[in-house]
Design a protein around this ligand. Structure first.
Ligand SMILES: *Cc1c(COP(=O)(O)O)cnc(C)c1O
Length: 378
């Protein structure tokens, strides 16, 4: 390990939960230990106010400072320009599956969608309620084990192109986004499971959305980053709660927002900033993913399920050579305090999620266990 690596991993270990468990849950998932401690304190006595964060009004100065810091920190971390607005909304990422087309896709217009997994296909289903959908590529026939790159985007035809930047269930991630950026078609991304995990030019997206419960904070809120210029172009009437413009105007306080969930996001964003921002997180995430996949590839009893070039740094999916071994390894994981390792039912095997707050030590513990298991079974 380089000194640099050591320092990064020490820092992450120092701030992450060490309850004896290694948390590889796919979402809701691990958050930094200091966030749990501060959030717990905020429930008892928020900022020395003598009140709980759970009992203060959302239009108070106390909460105003929380949401302002959350928005400002996110803008800073993502280096957003003045055209991009940050919103904290209800309904999870799944609400964005329909709120996006409601706001961006007119009834007679066509949007391009990439069908790269469960989440993308759900987004397609909802978008069809509001306009035409052109599925420009799909890896469904191969059980979503790779990212199809033979798509054609047409500036004259497509109102926007929708991508899932990281497919949480199948473990694929778009590493090269330039075909989308360079198409001239506005890009909309579901970044639920890799937002803030790697450096991207976030200003090149018209809209980014993410459920908070993977890399940003607690469940119950989602983050939307939207370029103001793309709004107000559809002809349909929008209910206020569904209209991004109304939320922008009200600074995410159109109605009572998920106060506590936003508080946890603010604490996590503050933590990430102190950690060194997205650049530091990316470095650590690459180290974790490298170690994980090297181990999968080196041990003959395990096999990665995804095309190597499309492997996700966030969710590593792999199987064992037979079902009996899978059961045995899952039982061993449980015994060793490795949580959330079972793969999604349509993929089987294992999924190891390695979000920002997961320390390198947890991946080391997992890969050591895999090596030990392979030895006893080899
Ligand atoms: C988890 C997830 C969702 C769903 O999020 P909810 O907040 O439960 O609606 C959507 N897209 C992706 C990529 C996800 O990982």
């Amino acid at each position: 390990m380089t000194t640099d690596t050591k320092e990064l991993s020490n820092r992450s270990a120092a701030v992450t939960a060490t309850s004896g468990k290694h948390n590889f849950n796919s979402g809701p998932s691990i958050l930094p230990k200091e966030v749990f401690e501060e959030a717990a304190q905020g429930v008892l006595n928020f900022n020395g106010s003598g009140l709980s964060i759970l009992e203060i009004g959302h239009r108070t100065k106390l909460f105003g400072a929380v949401i302002e810091e959350a928005i400002a920190t996110l803008k800073e971390l993502m280096q957003l320009d003045s055209e991009h607005e940050v919103l904290f909304l209800h309904g999870g990422a799944s609400t964005q599956f329909f709120q996006v087309p409601m706001n961006l896709l007119d009834g007679n217009a066509v949007a391009a969608y990439t069908d790269t997994g469960i989440w993308g296909s759900k987004a397609i289903k909802e978008a069809k309620l509001f306009g035409s959908v052109d599925v420009v590529c799909s890896s469904k026939a191969e059980n979503y084990t790779y990212l199809p790159k033979n798509f054609v985007l047409d500036k004259a035809k497509h109102a926007y192109v929708h991508i899932t930047s990281n497919e949480t269930v199948y473990g694929t991630q778009w590493h090269d986004l330039s075909p989308f950026y360079n198409s001239g078609v506005p890009v909309v991304a579901d970044m639920s499971s890799d937002i803030l995990s790697r450096q991207l030019d976030f200003n090149r997206f018209d809209l980014i959305y993410a459920g908070a419960q993977k890399n940003i904070g607690a469940a119950g809120v989602n983050v939307v980053v939207v370029n103001k210029r793309c709004l107000g172009k559809v002809t349909r009437a929008l209910p206020s709660m569904m209209d991004y413009r109304a939320h922008i105007e009200a600074s995410s306080l159109l109605n009572t927002p998920p106060v506590f969930a936003i508080y946890v996001c603010m604490l996590t964003l503050r933590w990430l900033k102190n950690f060194g921002g997205i650049a530091a997180a990316e470095k650590l995430n690459n180290q974790k993913a490298e170690l994980m996949y090297q181990t999968v590839d080196a041990l003959p009893i395990f096999k990665g399920t995804v095309a190597k070039e499309d492997r996700s740094t966030m969710n590593a999916c792999f199987v064992a050579t037979n079902e009996e071994l899978e059961k045995e390894f899952l039982a061993l994981c449980e015994k060793e305090g490795m949580v959330g390792v079972k793969g999604y039912r349509t993929v089987g095997g294992f999924r190891v999620s390695m979000y920002n707050a997961l320390p390198l030590e947890s991946v080391k513990a997992m890969t050591d266990l895999m090596k030990h298991f392979a030895q006893t079974k080899g």
